[in-house]
Design a protein around this ligand. Structure first.
Ligand code: F6P
Length: 376
């Protein structure tokens, strides 16, 4: 006899972000409470599906977690199609499909960012019924207005910039605040505008140290002897941006295994040279302006702790909408947030598609209009 009560799985993958527990709770409560289904949580992202580390999520497990940071299911950055095993790199998707079938799942909810959507698409292609939710503090998932965790991180980064003002002011210093965002500058730009940073540097706009120094010297001439620079971790000088883009192109073009390895090693070298970029930038600005400089790296503080109200609301809207989609038999889609509503977007459109800051975005326009230097 055909089972009428559905059974769904859920996992969180990639870097954690505030609001993940709120999303798990939303999916769980809607599935169990509204539809009467069973929900199984898999630990540590796709790794939990490979190892079949499953926990039955009853109503009780979902109580009291709305305000908790992190993800109680755990997470990992594992790529199932290229997993590192003691026997080398292996495609472990067959194990995932087997676990999915063993638990007789009707659908799997994957909550994650860019990497998770690529992994989810590779499992959609293996026949799994997947519905995904966008989360990352970087806000760089394509086809959604916002991602779970971004608002909380934006608040944390903005508060940090607020706090840096008084100490920079007292000591007549430049403080360079490094904000997360390797490929997209949403967080640095948003926090920089909201916190009134004097200079904002993002990956989308290659910077020129001379232009930054000139802006800071202008402030000094007008009587302000301190400055705050908000820099996204992925912001680069124009020269470094060109070198990086060339290395990426070379990797894309590479045909033989040897060419691929060479291109990857060039990229790795550029990445590791970039690692200390914020300290280097502060030093160069100090040399060019004669003002003492300090660095504050916000780091993982941006990803930790209680989710904001907006993130709880977003997670609850998207999580419950995911369950409605499963009930309607819609699979292979991400629940996107649009104008206060939700929309189902095919995961294949999201996978491998990064949402960077458009150069004509209103935040960039606003920053320039209040006199912020964007490094160009
Ligand atoms: O989740 C995205 C992100 O926060 C990036 O901004 C950051 O560079 C990265 O994760 C670092 O995370 P991890 O060290 O956990 O890989």
């Amino acid at each position: 006899m055909k089972r009428t009560k559905k059974r769904i799985g859920i996992l969180t993958a990639g870097g954690d972000s505030p609001g993940l527990n709120a999303a798990i709770r939303a999916v769980g409560k809607a599935a169990i409470g509204t539809y009467g289904w069973e929900v199984i949580g898999f630990r540590d992202g796709f790794q939990g599906l490979i190892d079949d580390r499953a926990i039955a999520l009853k109503k009780g497990a979902l109580a009291g977690i709305l305000t908790h940071g992190g993800t109680f299911l755990g997470t990992s950055r594992l790529k199932p199609h290229r997993a590192e095993t003691p026997d080398g790199i292996r495609d472990l998707r067959p194990q995932i499909v087997a676990t999915y079938k063993r638990h007789k799942l009707d659908a799997l909810v994957c909550i994650g960012g860019g990497g998770t959507h690529k992994n989810a698409q590779r499992l959609v292609e293996k026949g799994l019924n997947i519905v995904s939710l966008p989360k990352t503090i970087d806000n760089d998932v394509a086809h959604t207005d916002s991602t779970i965790g971004f608002d909380t991180a934006l608040n944390i980064a903005t508060e940090t910039i607020d706090r840096l003002h008084s100490t920079a002011h007292s000591h007549h210093r430049i403080i360079v605040a490094e904000i997360m965002g390797h490929k997209a500058g949403w967080l640095a730009l948003g926090a920089g505008v909201a916190g009134g940073a004097d200079v904002i540097l993002i990956p989308e706009i290659p910077y020129d140290v001379e232009s930054i120094a000139a802006a800071i010297k202008r402030r000094v001439r007008h009587g302000t002897s301190f400055s705050i620079i908000a820099v996204a971790e992925g912001a680069r000088t124009a020269q470094d941006t060109r070198a990086f883009a060339a290395a990426l192109r070379a990797r894309k073009r590479a045909e033989s295994e040897a060419e691929k390895l060479l291109a990857q090693s060039t990229l790795d070298k550029l990445e590791s040279a970039h690692a200390g970029n914020t300290l280097k930038l502060a030093h160069e600005i100090e040399q060019l302006t004669g003002l003492e400089s300090r660095v504050t790296i916000l780091g993982y503080v941006q990803r930790g702790g209680t989710p904001s109200y907006a993130d709880r609301l977003l997670a609850t809207r998207l999580g419950t909408a995911a369950v409605d989609l499963i009930a309607a038999g819609r699979f292979g889609v991400m629940v996107a947030s649009t104008d206060g509503g939700t929309r189902a977007v095919p995961i294949e459109k999201v996978a491998g598609n990064l949402k960077t800051v458009p150069l004509d975005h209103s935040w960039i326009h606003a920053a320039r209009n209040v006199g912020t230097n964007l490094g160009d």
